[in-house]
Design a protein around this ligand. Structure first.
Ligand code: PMV
Length: 319
C-alpha cells in the first residue's frame, strides 16, 4: 500500500497579531511556498499497534507511545483517534518534515498539526473535512500555546487570505491587485506562548493604555482590509508601519527585528513590521515589484538569516 501524504502551508499575519487574542480582527494570508508535510504508510510485519514517528526537523525517531506528554505529534494523533472513535491503533510509520522554521512567527505548529492530521485521518480511511480539521487544529494549538486566538489554524486549514476574529470567525478577503511581500528571518527564536503571556501580564497591570493600543490595532486591520480590496498599496504600507509602532509600544519587537524593519523601509519598502508572536522570528515588508531586489539585498546586509518572496495574488485572493 503506498504512503498517504498531505501537506499544510505556513502563514503570515499582515495585521492584528496579539490584538486578535483580545477579540480584535486580524488579517492573515497563506504562505503556500513554505510547507509542512506528513506521510503515513502501513508497517508490514511490525507488532500490531506500533506507530513509529520519524521527524528529522523535530529531532524525533521513536515510537509514539514514548513521546513526552503534550508533544505536538502525540497530541495530533490522539485528537484524530478520539475524533474518529478509533480504539485499535493502526500499525504504521509516519514521516513528518517541515520547511517552516519553528518558533519564528510563521505558524509552524499549526501547519505541522494540520499536515499530520490530514495524512493520518486519510490513512485511517476517514479524511477529515476542513471544518472538523480546523476544530482539531485549534485544540492542538490550545495544548501547545495555551491561549490561541484560532487565526493560525484557520488560515492554515483554508489556505486563503482571511479576516479573522474570535467572535465572528473568518471571512475570505479578495484583493484587487498583487501584493508582493518579502519575509525575513531575524534569527531569534521565540515561543509564541511566552510573548502572549507577557502581554497578558502587562495588560492586567495597565488595562487602559494596553486596551487602547489593542483597539487601535483592530482599526488598522480594518484599514488593511479596505486597502487590499481597493488594491491600495501605499495605504496597506501605512497600516503595516503604524501596526509596527504599536507592537513596539507593546514591547513585542526586538533589536534584530527593528534593524531589519528599518533597513527594508530605507531601501524603499512601502511598509514593514514583525509578523506573528514577535520578540524575534520573522518580519515582512510590502514591496513594489521594481524594488524587490534592492529591499532583499538591504535585508540580507542588515543580518536577515533568510529572505523569502511571496505574492498575495489577485487571482488567488479571488479564488
Ligand atoms: O507566532 P505565531 O506564528 O504562532 O503567531 C501567533 C499569533 C498571535 O496573535 C500572537 C497569537 C494568536 O493565537 O493569535
Amino acid at each position: 500500500m503506498p504512503a498517504i501524504s498531505a501537506s499544510a502551508c505556513a502563514k503570515l499575519i499582515l495585521l492584528g497579531e496579539h490584538a486578535v487574542v483580545y477579540g480584535e480582527p486580524a488579517l492573515a494570508v497563506p504562505f503556500s511556498g513554505l510547507r509542512a508535510r506528513a506521510a503515513v504508510e502501513a508497517w508490514i510485519g511490525a507488532p500490531s499497534g506500533r506507530i513509529h514517528i520519524f521527524a528529522r526537523d523535530l529531532d524525533l525517531d521513536q515510537e509514539w507511545s514514548l513521546l513526552p506528554e503534550n508533544n505536538l505529534v502525540r497530541n495530533a494523533l490522539t485528537l484524530v483517534l478520539t475524533e474518529l472513535g478509533i480504539e485499535r491503533l493502526p500499525t504504521c510509520k509516519l514521516n513528518l518534515t517541515t520547511e517552516i522554521p519553528i518558533s519564528s512567527g510563521l505558524g509552524a505548529s499549526a501547519a505541522l498539526a494540520v499536515a499530520l492530521m490530514r495524512a493520518f485521518s486519510a490513512f485511517l480511511g476517514h479524511p477529515l473535512d476542513s471544518e472538523r480539521l480546523n476544530a482539531l487544529a485549534f485544540e492542538s494549538e490550545t495544548l501547545i500555546h495555551g491561549r490561541p486566538s484560532g487565526i493560525d489554524n484557520t488560515v492554515v486549514v483554508y489556505e486563503q487570505p482571511i479576516l479573522f476574529s474570535k467572535a465572528s470567525g473568518f471571512e475570505v478577503i479578495r484583493s484587487t491587485d498583487d501584493f508582493h511581500l518579502l519575509v525575513a528571518d531575524s534569527g531569534v527564536k521565540k515561543a509564541t506562548a511566552l510573548t502572549v503571556s507577557q502581554l497578558a501580564q502587562d495588560y492586567s497591570e495597565n488595562p487602559e493604555n494596553i486596551g487602547a493600543i489593542i483597539r487601535e490595532i483592530g482599526s488598522l486591520t480594518q484599514a488593511g482590509v479596505r486597502a487590499l480590496r481597493m488594491g491600495d498599496q501605499p495605504a496597506l504600507g501605512d497600516a503595516l508601519n503604524r501596526n509596527q509602532e504599536l507592537l513596539t509600544l507593546l514591547n513585542l519587537s526586538c533589536p534584530e527585528l527593528d534593524t531589519l524593519i528599518s533597513a527594508a523601509r530605507q531601501a524603499g519598502a512601502l511598509g514593514a513590521k514583525l509578523t506573528g508572536g514577535g520578540k524575534g522570528g520573522h518580519m515582512l515588508a510590502l514591496t513594489a515589484p521594481d524594488q524587490l531586489e534592492r529591499v532583499r539585498n538591504a535585508l540580507l546586509k542588515a543580518g536577515a538569516r533568510s529572505v523569502y518572496h511571496t505574492v498575495l495574488k489577485q487571482e488567488a485572493a479571488n479564488a
